[in-house]
Ligand binder design. Structure first.
Ligand code: GLU
Length: 474
């Protein structure tokens, strides 16, 4: 049987890193086993629909290298791939269940249900629909439908016994059937609930592995009862632990949590983000941490997904992303840094050559594109400030002499090139009789306000003679 997985988002126009991680895991499960990866849009909650959301999902996944074998924009033979276009299908199957005695019409009003909820609240017990409409006769149902009464269709749950299934990540899951509610399958507006549509679609689309958030872990027994009712084979379940923010809370748009597109616009590299997200709750058999998507496809084993929630850690993301930054060619590097520089600083008097030189010397110092702005501010601001550590260092009495000689030599440079600046530094070494840290540090601190940075001659060169002399005289 051909392995098939699906990414099944609601079209909200937003994919936080947890959503993207689900898509990555689903993609990797399919590709590791030589199968298909599908996109299905779950828009049964029409209030959450956002214009352009499908394109947004395609764009995000494309950037990350996760190509869909089938989906709304590249349909295969299992379409439509958008749930709101499949309403007839759900209705047909819901009626089949009614026919088989596994589901029933329910005409209960909102008022009656509210009343039941209130009672349950007062008794401090979980609300479960009481099965009131299960007792209706065929005639009563026909009359109500003829009179235009609104109805939903509910699943008829067994009231005794237990239901068990095996999850790849969480192992054996067992629930008592008496806690399973006669859940709504079809709403009164003709839309299915997630609880129904996921089963119908996963079956009809021949999904073999259902990988999704663990919020569905305990409702899966209800879905399995539907598979059983129809006599369908159940998929393999891979429930994924949640990704929590650094604050330990659930990721959400409202919290301003990072979405892939935010990261992308900040100059993170999709390869880096995908690599990082795969390690969020999953680990390979070795201690290696840097993997291309192709390498991940080869080694991905969902059995190694952890049960505990994963914490989104920007530091680790930066560490992994910086690995990919170091490998970029100059054009790509410029494309993810220069727009941020332009936005932050006035570059009108800088040549392309100068900008390219600046970005190049910082390639190994930044972990994502936009970080170029903060690390290069010493080239753009009037005043630089030394931190305490620098000030402490500059108290050494020998430093004045080193800086004096450096200033004289810099003044005498007629041709402002990196080589000539390098020669000057060597001359200072000779004349002041200092080397190593005592040679470089005073100069670096005086002109940049920092103890560390890219190659000193390049830094001096890019600052320009006037600025260097001005800072030496401060
Ligand atoms: N539409 C569901 C969600 O966004 C998907 C769950 C699933 O993958 O089945 O949570």
């Amino acid at each position: 049987m051909r392995v098939r997985t699906r990414y099944a988002p609601s079209p909200t126009g937003y994919m936080h890193v947890g959503n993207l991680r689900s898509a990555i895991f689903e993609y990797l499960i399919a590709k590791n086993l030589g199968g298909d990866f599908l996109l299905r849009i779950e828009d049964t909650d029409q209030t959450r629909r956002v214009e352009g959301a499908v394109e947004f999902i395609y764009d995000t996944c494309k950037l990350c290298g996760l190509d869909f074998d089938e989906g709304p924009n590249n349909p295969g033979k299992y379409g439509p791939y958008i749930q709101s276009e499949r309403l007839d299908i759900y209705k047909e199957y819901a009626l089949q269940l009614v026919e088989m005695g596994k589901a029933y019409y329910c005409f209960c009003s909102e008022e009656r249900l509210d009343e039941l909820r209130k009672e349950a609240d007062e008794k401090r017990i979980a609300f479960l629909y009481d099965g009131h409409c299960k007792k209706l006769t065929k005639e009563e149902i026909d009359t109500k439908i003829k009179n235009g009464e609104r109805y939903v269709i509910r699943q008829k749950m067994p009231k005794e016994g237990i239901s068990t299934y095996d999850d790849v990540v969480y192992g054996e899951i067992t629930v008592e059937n008496r806690i399973l509610e006669d859940q709504i399958l079809l709403k009164s507006d003709g839309f299915p609930t997630y609880n129904f549509a996921n089963v119908i679609d996963d079956h009809l689309m021949e999904i073999t592995h259902v990988a999704r958030g663990n919020e569905y872990l305990m409702s899966t027994p209800k879905y399995n009862l539907l598979y059983d009712a129809f006599g369908w084979e159940k998929p393999t379940y891979v429930h994924l632990p949640m990704v929590l923010g650094g604050d330990g809370l659930k990721l959400s748009k409202r919290n301003g949590d990072a979405s892939f597109m935010d990261l992308y616009h900040d100059g993170y590299l999709p390869e880096g983000v995908v690599n990082y997200l795969t390690l969020l709750g999953w680990s390979p058999e070795t201690t290696d941490e840097i993997f291309t998507l192709d390498e991940l496809i080869k080694i991905f084993n969902p059995k190694r997904i952890s049960k505990s929630p994963a914490i989104y850690d920007v530091k680790k993301l930066n560490w992994i992303n910086s690995h990919y930054m170091k490998k970029l060619d100059i054009d790509k590097l410029l494309s993810i840094t220069v727009p941020h520089l332009k936005e932050a600083y006035d570059l009108s008097d800088k040549s392309d050559e100068w900008i390219k030189h600046l970005v190049t010397i910082y390639q190994n110092h930044i972990s994502y594109g936009k970080e170029i702005v903060e690390v290069t501010d010493l080239f753009f601001k009037e005043d630089i400030k030394m931190n305490d550590e620098c000030q402490e260092f500059m108290k050494d009495p020998s430093i004045a002499n080193t800086l004096k000689i450096f200033e004289e030599e810099i003044m005498n440079i007629s041709d402002w090139t990196v080589e000539n600046i390098n020669t000057v530094i060597n001359t200072v070494k000779e004349k002041a009789d200092v080397k190593g840290k005592m040679l470089y540090m005073p100069i670096r601190i005086k002109i940049s306000g920092q103890m560390h940075g890219p190659e000193l001659p390049d830094t001096i060169y890019l600052l320009g003679k006037d600025v260097v002399l001005k800072r030496l005289n401060k």
